[in-house]
Design a binder for this molecule. Structure first.
Ligand code: DGI
Ligand code: FE
Ligand code: FE
Length: 190
């Protein structure tokens, strides 16, 4: 399935990142099936989510200028955020993907945002729980995602925010707003 896209991905990504893309696609499909949304769409979003991850700074900048994308100050200073923004534009304009839910899920797969669509949430979580992932709390995340997406979302955002703060890196407004919304959706408010 999607052999043409896989060829393009293979040419753009290193081996590890290509493997990660296949794993996120599988995980997104599994999570989509759990909540009864279009699992083929989730697979495709997972497959393509990191398509510009190995791009050089120049290529990202070219995409931003070509499609009139303006970065805010936090984005300008955080190279790690660029691939989500350029990736969504690449998939739309160079691969001809028109589905706005897929484009949105790719666009926000790194920061998350408030009011995510079910597909957006599935991709965000699948990026944390795919079988290739190996970070200290991955087992906790994998257990949580099978119990409750809401709890898993809070945990993932909490993990990311703590980690960024520890490294003295800026936290994107979308990440903070997603966290605030996610905690307000949990039962038992403080
Ligand atoms: O592309 P992946 O490695 O699969 O995962 P990803 O797209 O979630 O990217 C993770 C990186 O993005 C990680 O180094 C932390 C960074 N990141 C996520 N949210 C923020 C962020 N960086 C900044 N500066 N601010 C954020 O809010
Ligand atoms: Fe990514
Ligand atoms: Fe990823």
């Amino acid at each position: 399935m999607y052999d043409n896209f896989k060829q393009i991905l293979k040419s753009r990504l290193d081996e590890k990142r290509y493997y990660h893309s296949l794993c996120v696609a599988d995980e997104a499909k599994r999570l989509a099936q759990k909540i009864g949304i279009d699992s083929e769409k989730a697979y495709l979003a997972g497959l393509l989510h990191d398509i510009t991850k190995n791009a050089k700074e120049q290529e990202h900048l070219k995409i931003f200028s070509q499609f009139g994308i303006i970065l805010n100050d936090i984005e300008k200073n955080a190279l790690k955020l660029w691939h989500a923004i350029s990736g969504a534009a690449y998939v739309e304009h160079f691969l001809g993907i028109e589905d706005s839910e897929i484009l949105d899920a790719i666009r926000y797969h790194t920061t998350a945002k408030p009011n995510m669509s079910p597909l957006c949430l599935v991709l965000y979580l699948a990026d944390f729980t795919s079988s290739d992932r190996d970070y200290p709390d991955v087992d906790v995340m994998r257990k949580l995602v099978d119990v409750s997406f809401s709890e898993a979302l809070v945990y993932a955002l909490q993990y990311t925010i703590k980690d960024l703060a520890d490294q003295k890196r800026a936290i994107h407004f979308d990440t903070l707003a997603a966290f605030n919304e996610a905690v307000s959706n949990l039962e038992g408010k403080n």
